[in-house]
Design a protein. Sequence first.
Length: 145
Amino acid sequence: MKNAYTIMLCALVLISGSGCATQSKSLSLGGALGAGVGAIAGGLADPGKDGQYRTRNVLIGTALGGAAGMGSGALIHGGIEDQKKHAFQQGQAVGVQSAPQPGSMPNLKDPQVEARWVEPKVAGNRYIEGHYEYVIISPARWDGR
């Protein structure tokens, strides 16, 4: 019975020590899954004569499985957080190197456009008013300096 109190005390310390919301989710999920598996394993363990130890086995399996699950959840969460931090730092390092420096980008030359006046005319049974047509002579391009 003393061992069960020790295990419950350790579980409470682990739960209260979680500072981040996602870490508490990892601990709770790990603890719940571990407790479920532990309860099943305890139920399958030798119940003794006339099943007298079945309840004890289920409670011990639940406590041990929950503690093991919480520990696993904490370890997995720590590993994931380390991977996220490492990926973020790599992204920052790459982003700083690939950012263009002010003035390093070449200038863009404007396109050359020509405006041509088209005289009014009659085409068949239609009258077309005089108007401008704009023709691109040379498209926009990078300055080759």
